[in-house]
Design a protein around this ligand. Structure first.
Ligand code: SF4
Length: 414
């Protein structure tokens, strides 16, 4: 088994990357990149029941065994581990994301405890920047005053207009959540708190008109929008995406938004997927795990204190995120050498054979790791969204190249 970083077929030990030889990687000169983002699953339940949720509605049902809320002694341990990791690796800044489930269900005092405990452990030499990722339903003045006081920035999940949003993002009784989210967003975008607004996350539904969706999101004047492809893989394809079918429904949807965004007379917002692709096209590294080959530097701590991988992997198969490490016993440094985590940090060596011969491999990077899963070969596959990614990136490449050529010509004339 010791073909360093070969993302080929699975071996008897299991699916790729179970056979990744981390020791051989180290001997070849590879070094892990320290974690810089820590996702704290501060509350493991949710007040919504979105039908596409990777936490509750897909392959992994481990949330059922998690405590509802991260206990204070667990928060104390996480804080010490974050500080230990930052200092051991010479980091002067880390990001901490309060996540769930729905993190606001943890309550104001519990969130205060989490932020203050981490900051006490990391001060004075390591700055801890805080974000909260919420569905927005509970966002009120009390939470916003807390976030203002503690400088916690807020991202909200919204899927577009009321019809598009409420098709999926519903309460347990079937009622839509758009009205409540809009109320929360109005409070967040009030001048008193607007500085805390990081942006919107929006999961694509092909049934929604792309321009109407984008413009519905723009009404909140978000500093950034993250369009997310619905989670799926080769075994459980996303809605409207038939594996091995060359159609590009998601690529076409995103191209409509890209053209609307790119051709706007003023820059209305930052669309992270598009700016990342443009950055990569001009030779800069990616800052998101959706595209590119940069090392993934995110560690997740489950509500019970377990150290896990990025939680979207829960959509692949039960246990896909689990590491067997726990903040009570293990450092984050020890997680860096696990094959599952190292596989996210070895760039092109983690690509499948088809991706390695793809002209867009450096920009696409095989797409989001979660979307590459196929039972038998594990994550050694192109993205299930491969044709969509190829179409979108090619379109952006052509558009930007055309503009750059026109700009060069106009400069030569003057
Ligand atoms: S476009 Fe397809 S083949 Fe090319 S790198 Fe992306 S997933 Fe791989």
């Amino acid at each position: 088994m010791t073909v360093v970083g070969a993302a080929g077929a699975a071996d008897a030990a299991g699916e790729w990357p179970a056979d990744l030889d981390v020791q051989a990687l180290l001997e070849s000169g590879w070094r892990p990149t320290p974690f810089q983002q820590f996702v704290l699953k501060i509350h493991s339940r949710c007040n919504l029941a979105c039908d596409y949720c990777y936490m509750y509605e897909m392959a992994d049902q481990s949330w059922r065994r998690q405590p509802r809320r991260m206990a204070r002694p667990t928060i104390d341990r996480v804080a010490r581990r974050i500080a230990e990791h930052a200092r051991a690796n010479g980091l002067s800044r880390v990001e901490v994301i309060l996540h769930g489930g729905e993190p606001l269900l943890a309550g104001v005092e519990h969130l205060r405890y989490a932020v203050e405990t981490v900051r006490t452990a990391t001060a004075p030499d390591v700055e801890a920047l805080f974000h909260v990722q919420t569905n927005g339903v509970l966002l009120d003045r009390v939470f916003l005053e807390l976030f203002d006081e503690l400088d916690v920035h807020v991202s909200v999940s919204v899927d577009g207009d009321e019809e598009g949003h409420d098709r999926h993002r519903r309460r347990r009784d079937g009622q839509g959540s758009h009205a409540a989210v809009t109320t929360g967003l109005r409070k967040l975008t009030d001048p008193a708190h607007r500085r805390l607004f990081s942006g919107l996350l929006s999961t694509i539904d092909l049934a929604n008109d792309p321009i109407a969706t984008y413009e519905a999101l723009l009404k909140f004047e978000p500093p950034a929008i993250d369009f997310l492809l619905p989670h799926g893989n080769w075994d459980t394809p996303p809605p409207g995406r038939t594996p091995d079918f060359p159609g590009t429904p998601y690529g076409d949807w995103l191209i409509e938004v890209f053209d609307r965004w790119y051709r706007a007379p003023v820059r209305e917002t930052r669309v992270r997927l598009f700016t990342e692709i443009i950055r990569l096209l001009v030779g800069r590294p990616s800052q998101s795990e959706a595209v590119g080959l940069s090392p993934v530097v995110v560690a997740v701590v489950e509500t019970d204190g377990g150290i896990e991988q990025v939680d979207t992997l829960k959509s692949a198969y039960a246990g896909a995120t689990v590491t067997s490490l726990h903040v009570a016993r293990d450092s984050f440094d020890s997680a860096l050498l696990l094959p599952r985590i190292a596989a996210r940090q070895i760039g092109h060596r983690a690509l499948s054979v088809p991706c390695r011969s793809c002209t867009l491999q450096r920009v696409c990077g095989g797409g989001l790791y979660t979307h590459r899963y196929r039972s038998g070969s594990g994550f050694a596959n192109p993205s299930v969204y491969c044709p969509d990614l190829f179409r979108l990136i090619t379109h952006i490449q052509r558009t930007v190249a055309k503009d750059m050529t026109a700009l060069r010509r106009s400069r030569q004339r003057t």
